[in-house]
Design a protein around this ligand. Structure first.
Ligand code: SF4
Length: 181
């Protein structure tokens, strides 16, 4: 019998949620027995090669490429899970939401003390993804089936959620399992 298939992606996030997946320690051996991974930075598969059962997404949408990846996950994954505060609410990257985008770009690329005078240039190559007016949580772009809070969600929450979804039982996440480091 074929195993369930998982895909993962990091959008506007810091990869801390992916690190938390790896934090399940020796349970990772059990996970490898239980599932196959498809598109994911964990195995470096860059495009979907088959339909997936569960998609885990870290990070919100801050640019057009994030939106494109998120929509491809919605299309290819039966169950889509927002993993961590950035995916659930926008998180740290959404701190820019109250500031006009022009001001953010000028601060980052022109006025920051870490930018050398000869490097002062706002990137505008046509191949670059376009930055959105604000950072969007995932559920404002596509339908999300489950939300895993935390920054990052603990390895125990991720393990509980994954095994519950794979076994077809309700997620059993208690308040004391939530963690914000
Ligand atoms: S929720 Fe926290 S750990 Fe996860 S991507 Fe956002 S900042 Fe990083």
């Amino acid at each position: 019998m074929s195993k369930p298939v998982i895909a993962t992606a990091s959008l506007a996030g810091c990869f801390g949620c992916h690190m938390s997946v790896l934090d399940i320690d020796e349970r990772i051996l059990k996970l490898i027995e239980l599932v196959d991974f498809n598109k994911s930075p964990i195995n470096d598969i860059k495009t979907f090669t088959r339909p997936c059962d569960v998609g885990l997404i870290e990070g919100g949408c801050c640019n057009t490429e994030n939106v494109e990846v998120l929509r491809s996950f919605r299309k290819n994954c039966k169950i889509l899970v927002a993993v961590g505060e950035c995916a659930v609410m926008g998180g740290l990257p959404a701190m820019r939401n109250g500031i006009p985008i022009k001001e953010c770009l000028e601060e980052a690329y022109l006025h920051s003390v870490t930018v050398a005078p000869e490097d002062r240039l706002i990137p505008n190559d046509e191949d670059l993804p376009v930055i959105l007016d604000r950072v969007y949580p995932l559920h404002e772009v596509v339908k999300i089936d489950h939300f895993l809070p935390g920054c990052p969600p603990s390895a125990d929450i991720i393990w509980e959620a994954l095994t519950a979804l794979l076994e077809g039982r309700p997620l059993n996440i208690s308040y004391d399992m939530l963690k914000y480091d």
